[in-house]
Design a protein around this ligand. Structure first.
Ligand SMILES: [Zn+2]
Length: 452
């Protein structure tokens, strides 16, 4: 039957059955683990999960794929990426070995401002191709839905170009995506603070909220050398006035109050949190704002990791993202970020899975009372789970258990990635093979002298 599929038997399946997200504290450990399981899919959605034989009996005649001895998880959700950028910053990598800090590199004109210049110099096509290439890389690592931040243009022209590239890329993306506008990523040269804040409020944020790329979130870097707490609140409030849900980069190097501001304004998430203290953790625990941790940044910059263990124990909803960007996290693979979350931030394997599925999806949920001018854009309600009615987004991993997946964090890749019931990884490989085949034929035609 068209549009139907049974995956059975499955060595180990995690359905994430249980309370809806965001999942807090001990609820993060409920992953609905089943052994010798089955999963039935129709028209892009999960119909049923259960014991393998029972699923096979209940759906006779449906095409069947075996995942015997292998792990099946919901598709991974990357809730924090900056994959729109031009250029690169390989010369900055390993700055610590030369005694330079991230803040010093930024002060010397490197860092975010160096990517700003390269992004402004890139064409829409170059930026679009970059987004698609990077999204494909994450797909091959198991990411089925991702956030895309627009964060390097830092001018009306620059931001608009990035948004144009995102709108073009979203028409061709294999994954689900949702967009965040981050005009307040850094203070660009040539503006006073007041003038740039006015530009954000009067031009950049209104332009973004009406753009066909349809951003739903408005993000700000609340940090020393970037924006103060008061400035961050002004930026977030301007976003709310235009229907954009707050998000904040906070407590990365210094505690300035950005986390508490995001919680108070009903923000979807507060991200980084490397130096968050008791007060910030309490504010997160008492709100529905998701605590997004990005262990790839601590790894890249050689900083102490966010205290995710304490956050879970204090009843916060913790998510894990890659923060893939050219200057503080070249981590594109969520399995690597999950491995760091377990080995360096003290999460259990179950908590790490929750952090990249149901809680990551919750970090990408716009405030229900807000609607930007270009319209609402939402990821499916049950995203990050495999309960009946959820989108059939899942990965088949070449390993036996969740623990085994984490143990192989540095190199494991899924063997199949389904989005809405279709194997997108297979499609991606077929496309790659087709391109390779074309290239081989072209070379062969040269050697035969058919082409001059
Ligand atoms: Zn970021």
């Amino acid at each position: 039957m068209d549009g139907t599929l049974v995956i059975a038997p499955i060595g180990e399946l995690h359905t994430m059955q249980g309370p809806p997200g965001p999942r807090k504290g001990t609820a993060m450990r409920e992953t609905g683990r089943l052994h010798n399981a089955g999963l039935a899919v129709r028209d892009g959605c999960v119909v049923a999960t259960g014991e393998a034989d029972e699923i096979v009996r209940s759906f006779p005649g449906w095409p069947r794929l075996s995942a015997e001895g292998r792990l099946v998880t919901p598709g991974l959700v990357d809730c924090h990426t900056h994959i729109v950028w031009g250029g690169g910053r390989p010369d900055e990598f390993g700055g610590g070995s030369r005694g330079e800090t991230y803040e010093e590199i930024a002060k010397a004109g490197g860092g975010i401002l160096s990517t700003m210049r390269a992004t402004r110099a890139a064409s829409v096509k170059e930026l679009t191709d970059g987004i698609l290439r990077r999204a494909e890389t994450t797909l091959a690592c198991g990411t089925t839905a991702l956030e895309i931040k627009v964060s390097y243009g830092l001018s009306l022209r620059g931001c608009k170009k990035e948004l144009d590239a995102v709108a073009a890329a979203r028409k061709r993306l294999r994954q689900r995506s949702i967009v965040t506008f981050m005009g307040a990523h850094a203070l660009p040269p040539g503006y006073g603070r007041g003038r740039f804040l006015s530009l954000l409020e009067s031009r950049l944020i209104p332009m973004a909220a009406a753009h066909p790329a349809r951003p739903q979130f408005n993000d700000v870097f609340c940090e020393e050398g970037a924006f103060t707490r008061e400035e961050s609140e002004r930026v977030l409030q301007a976003g709310i006035d235009h229907g954009l849900t707050p998000k904040v980069h906070s407590d990365e190097f210094k505690v300035l109050g950005g986390t508490e501001t995001a919680c108070r304004l009903g923000g979807a998430s507060a991200d980084h949190l490397l130096v968050s203290g008791d007060e910030q953790i309490k504010a997160l625990a008492e709100s529905n704002t998701v605590a997004v941790t990005l262990p790839g940044v601590a790894f890249y910059l050689n900083k102490p990791y966010a205290n995710a263990r304490k956050m879970v124990d204090s009843n916060c909803a913790v998510a894990v993202g890659t923060d893939w960007n050219p200057g503080s996290s070249m981590v594109c693979a969520l399995p690597f970020a999950m491995g760091l979350a377990v080995a360096r931030m003290g999460l259990t394997p179950e908590e790490a899975l929750c952090a990249v599925t149901i809680n990551a999806a919750a970090a990408l949920r716009p405030r229900p009372d807000l609607e930007p001018k270009a319209g609402r854009d939402e990821l499916p309600q049950e995203l990050g789970t495999l309960v009946p009615g959820a989108p059939a987004d899942f990965c088949i991993w070449p390993c036996e258990s969740l623990e085994d997946l984490l143990y192989q964090y540095a190199f494991i890749r899924p063997e199949s990635v389904f989005i809405a019931g279709r194997n997108q990884l297979l499609k991606l490989f077929r496309e790659t093979w087709r391109r390779m085949d074309e290239a081989v034929r072209e070379v062969a035609s040269w050697s035969k002298g058919e082409r001059q």
